[in-house]
Write a protein that binds this ligand. Structure first.
Ligand code: GDG
Length: 471
């Protein structure tokens, strides 16, 4: 079995309890086959030797049978690549937010430089039959860089965030170059059929790609296979986590504290794509339109800090703090506060208890590649007395989780109505919906996701020679 090489912006030590989606997702597959995981070290180097743009130092560490290889970045590269092009341009545009993009000249150059640096440092660590799996929007051109250096390995790419329609994608500075580099991969994976359709329209309209049978596309002298591979969670691991002391304590404490009240939960990185202000406004609307919820319904909103050095994130934080403050001021009293807003990261071990104690899970992003919180909420419920998932139709997860109550998060009034429906849902209906949802997330869990993607990559026809490509 060939070795797996994972490349992602950040890596996580698989020996440590991981907090992020990708670390949890890949841990198992990597331990099985042995692997190399390559990414940024998280270090920004100011000094001369590692401080020259494009010249980061590589660190190698062994974690069981997984080799961790990381590279430092100098400040200039980090700012242009990570804060600039990746999180200031690609993240907002891929989430349909052209208005939040920061299109400074120089960002694209930094992004190109870091991808070239990654390729240069990774290449000597590769074995001829390694299968390479590149993750996410930070590293779109990596395969093109590797190919230009003679790499013939099979290379797959997975986009964790949404793929927008062509005319939105077209707004990205240097998008024509970015588009061409996608064809250096053998396999492109998207979260949902909607993303795959947008990709298909994009390459046909912008690259005049020829759509071949079985999801293959031909342009720039190369053929790439594309497919939807919805990412899942490790349901068994999350269920076990729910049995941990910390999780049980959390559950018991909340059930006791809220024995006469109804708890609603939201757990998100504090990101403008997650629809947090709209959610809070819908909750206010719930209290106004259905006053029986006053002194009863309580929303715990965890908004874990994220990318605080990108401007758009500071704005959303202020907006959220103001909203929560004004609702608590208007409706709260000595006995009851409608919103517990927590701008902290909660220990992963406590999450299942938090979800399980809640009658309603609010997962209402304006746009989301998948959204793993939706799946964690389902996995954590007591099947005999499950809570109800209120899910945005704009999360990738909505394609799979049809038995959730789907909402348009921009429609605050209607969302409030649907939250009310969730709070009042009879036990029988809650059980039926939960049973179907749980079955789905078990069938298409993270192991299924890894296996399906890697098998598809492995079973493709031989990777094409690097030399004849034109990207
Ligand atoms: C990207 C895409 C796609 C959140 N707060 C805390 C915490 N979390 C954990 C959750 C969940 C993960 O972080 C978040 O995953 P999501 O999928 O919801 O969102 P993104 O971080 O935006 O992830 C997304 C994903 O990649 C995978 O492909 O689904 O669409 O945007 O696991 O539980 N964990 C802890 N404390 C917190 O406060 N411990």
């Amino acid at each position: 079995m060939s070795r797996l090489v994972i490349v992602s912006n950040r890596i996580a030590d698989p020996r440590k309890p991981a907090a992020g989606g990708l670390a949890v997702a890949l841990g198992d597959s990597m331990k099985k086959t042995g692997a190399l995981w390559f990414g940024w070290s998280g270090k920004i180097v100011e000094e001369a030797d590692g401080g020259t743009p494009g010249e980061g130092k590589v660190h190698i560490e062994q974690a069981g049978n997984v080799t961790l290889a990381t590279v430092d970045l100098c400040r200039k590269d980090h700012d242009a690549y990570y804060l600039g092009y990746a999180n200031g341009v690609l993240w907002p545009v891929f989430h349909y937010r052209l208005d939040l993009g920061n299109y400074e000249p120089g960002f694209a150059e930094g992004y190109r430089r870091v991808n070239e640096l990654f390729a240069r440092k990774l290449l000597p660590l590769l074995k001829p039959d390694d299968q390479i799996w590149v993750h996410d929007y930070h590293l779109i051109p990596l395969a093109a860089n590797l190919r230009a250096m003679g790499c013939r390995n099979r290379i797959g790419f997975f986009l964790h965030i949404p793929m927008p329609p062509p005319l939105i994608t077209a707004a990205i500075p240097q998008q024509d170059w970015l588009l061409r580099t996608l064809f250096a991969y053998d396999l492109l994976g998207f979260q949902s059929d909607a993303d795959l359709t947008n990709f298909s329209h994009y390459v046909q309209s912008e690259a005049h790609a020829e759509a071949l049978p079985d999801g293959r596309y031909r342009a720039y002298n190369r053929t790439v296979q594309a497919g939807a591979f919805p990412i899942g969670i490790d349901v068994d691991e999350f269920t076990r986590l729910g049995e941990s002391k910390e999780s049980m304590q959390m559950f018991r404490r909340l059930r006791e504290e809220y024995s006469r009240r109804q708890l609603l939960i939201g757990v998100d990185r504090l990101d403008y794509s997650k629809g947090l202000p709209q959610r809070i406004r819908a909750f206010r609307e719930l209290l106004v339109r259905y006053p029986e919820n006053q002194n009863s319904a309580t929303l715990i909103q965890i908004a874990s800090p994220s990318r605080e050095d990108v401007d758009a994130y500071a704005n959303i934080r202020h907006e959220l703090e103001n909203l929560c403050g004004s609702i608590n001021g208007d409706f709260g009293g000595l006995e009851w506060m409608p919103i517990r807003y927590i701008h902290r990261t909660v220990a992963r071990k406590r999450l299942p208890g938090l979800y399980r104690a809640s009658r309603v899970g609010l997962v209402t992003p304006l746009r989301d590649g998948m959204n793993l919180v939706a799946k964690e909420f389902i996995a954590a419920q007591d099947p005999e007395d499950p809570g109800v998932l209120v899910l945005s139709r704009f999360a990738g997860a909505a394609e799979q989780l049809k038995e959730a109550l789907l909402v348009n998060p921009y429609d605050v009034e209607r969302t409030a109505q649907i939250i009310q429906q969730a709070l009042r849902m009879p036990l029988d209906e809650r059980r039926k919906r939960h049973e179907a949802l749980l079955r789905r997330i078990k069938e298409q869990d993270v192991h299924w996701w890894c296996k399906t993607f890697l098998e598809t990559l492995e079973n493709l026809e031989q990777s094409q020679p690097a030399g004849d490509a034109d990207y």
